[in-house]
Ligand binder design. Structure first.
Ligand SMILES: [Zn+2]
Length: 231
């Protein structure tokens, strides 16, 4: 006949196994519901698209401004060439103005080239994020069958563990059940390894060890109060 303390330890192990299985099942279910990898990639794509819109808008704005400056420049040049302006100082002033406009226009062109590079990079980032998301979706889908099969295994094992846990509990004498249930600390049962309580590492007294060897009654650790089981 199995000793009461050993039954309690077996029960405790099954409870721990049950908890582990429940965690696994919960994780698998939440993974099937939503893959964090996909969620992350989706967020990256949303951000990349937002950045793409911003850079595209900047390019459009710059285009627009440049168009306006270009037509103003052409108007000025035409005026300059028209021969209508005869005053030398006025001509000089206008040609200076045209010169400045051209310089500024060249600067704007450089700036726009830079903007277009940014826009290209943003387009590339969107393509990359789209590919990554697609890959993550494929990967996720390819993992699903295994997750479902593991889920099935765990669910079956959980039912077995629960049944065994109950069967072992029923074998334990009522006094042992009561002692276990009273215990607030978890784990409630600790093995004695090298004459020490394996939970708190305090040495078990020789009288305690004697009682453990007899095995008729429950022995508690004098330090932490856990139910002790002989190694
Ligand atoms: Zn202890």
């Amino acid at each position: 006949m199995t000793r009461p303390a050993q039954l309690l330890l077996d029960h405790q192990r099954l409870v721990e196994r049950e908890r582990g299985l429940r965690d696994n099942i919960e994780r698998a279910n939440s993974r099937l519901e939503s893959d964090p990898e996909i969620v992350e990639r989706e967020e990256t794509l949303v951000e990349a698209r937002a950045a793409q819109e911003v850079t595209a808008a900047r390019v459009r704005e710059s285009d627009h401004e440049r168009e306006a400056h270009r037509s103003r420049l052409r108007t000025r040049e035409k005026e300059l060439m028209s021969g209508r302006i005869r005053s030398p100082s006025e001509l000089l002033q206008m040609s200076e103005e045209v010169k400045h406009m051209k310089e500024r226009f060249a600067e704007e062109e450089d700036a726009e080239l830079k903007l277009m590079e940014d826009a290209d990079a943003a387009d590339e980032a969107v393509r990359e994020a789209t590919n990554q998301l697609e890959q993550a979706r494929k990967q996720s889908a390819s993992e699903e069958p295994e997750i479902r099969s593991e889920l099935e295994t765990w669910t079956t094992e959980l039912a077995e563990v629960e049944a065994e846990r109950d069967a072992i509990w029923e074998q334990a004498p009522p006094a042992a059940q009561a002692a276990y249930s009273r215990m607030r600390m978890r784990p409630a049962v600790a093995q004695v390894v090298n004459n020490q309580c394996s939970a708190c590492h305090v040495t078990v007294t020789s009288s305690g060890m004697q009682l453990l060897r007899k095995g008729d009654e429950l022995v508690h650790c004098e330090n932490c109060g856990r139910i002790l089981v002989r190694d």
